[in-house]
Design a protein around this ligand. Sequence first.
Ligand code: 1HN
Length: 369
Amino acid sequence: METKFDDSVLGRARVGTSPELEAYYKELEKLGAGALWTVANDIEPWEPRSNSVPMLWRYKDLRDLVLKATELVTPEQAGRRVVYLVNDKRKDVSAAVGWLYSGIQATLPGESTSAHRHRASALRFIMEGSGGYTVVDGNKIKLGVNDFVITPNSTWHEHGVEADGKTCLWQDGLDIPLVNALEANDYAVHDGKQELSVPVDYSPMSWNGAGLIPADREWNKPYSPLFRYSWEPTYEALLKAAKVSGGSEFDGLLMHYSNPKTGGHVMQTMGASIQMLRPGEHTKAHRHTGSFVYQCAKGKGYSIISGKRYDWQERDIFCLPSWAWHEHVNLSESEDACLFCFHDLPVIQGLGLYQERAYGENGGFQILN
Ligand code: 1HN
């Protein structure tokens, strides 16, 4: 073992025990104090340490139960009709992984929720249905399958499905565990529904990509003015990139959804990315800091996370804890596979906490447990 993981080296806490020391600790405890060396090695891990475990939530297992909620509660009763995904080791903070929350929301045709806002930021990735919409600060945005939409920090938001639509299921992602951990969350209900202040789809129609930015518009908010990232141009961008680039050996073709004004992540606390694995692609293993919740948007394959294989197909959701070794495999030899994910990289990178390591042995692949 490398000496850097050896707690007996000079520089680590290595105090033994004695009746005298035990008595001393008790004295300190009475005064609301403690000796750092009794906890130092635990609170200063040699390497990033996650309290979360990798998990996979199969859509075929969950879908019926999520739909069953539509018979059991109304949006008016529940506030949000959501089944949330909870990490076995993060039940205390209602997190899917790390400090990230995720759930699956069901909305029937003709249903809509009242508006509210919170300091936590939210995002959605549409799983199925039609006629869905969300209203973000007075801007009604239509939602289609595989569209990615943001409701940033403190924006008023409400959702619904048009009466002639089909039941919508979408994945919610929020930074609630993080914002609660920072003791900075808040919540407010609107007195009903928002007035629409701009035409439907104003945000995605005016900030519509192609590298163009409206010349007549100030935008100084700390999140993207583009609230929806539609699937068609997203997938097309991946296909175009695949024609000229092999992408990364660790990630395949990985693109971050970005704020068109800054080129940075879409929100301050959470970002999102889309990744294409070419037919038969098997990425090399690496690990990095940051917590990630994936949803398979297209295709089928598996990921090896911390030495265990997780098979996924369309709509399955799985999580990657910080610093876990991982590699992805597209099981199809003819079709590409696409993985959506959201993460806390804006926080991790913004605070100087990002680090990454390649898996050195076995040509880069992990050994399965
Ligand atoms: C929330 O506001 C929504 O607006 C969904 O649809 C899920 C989970 C926890 C807290 C707030 C929504 C949420 C949530």
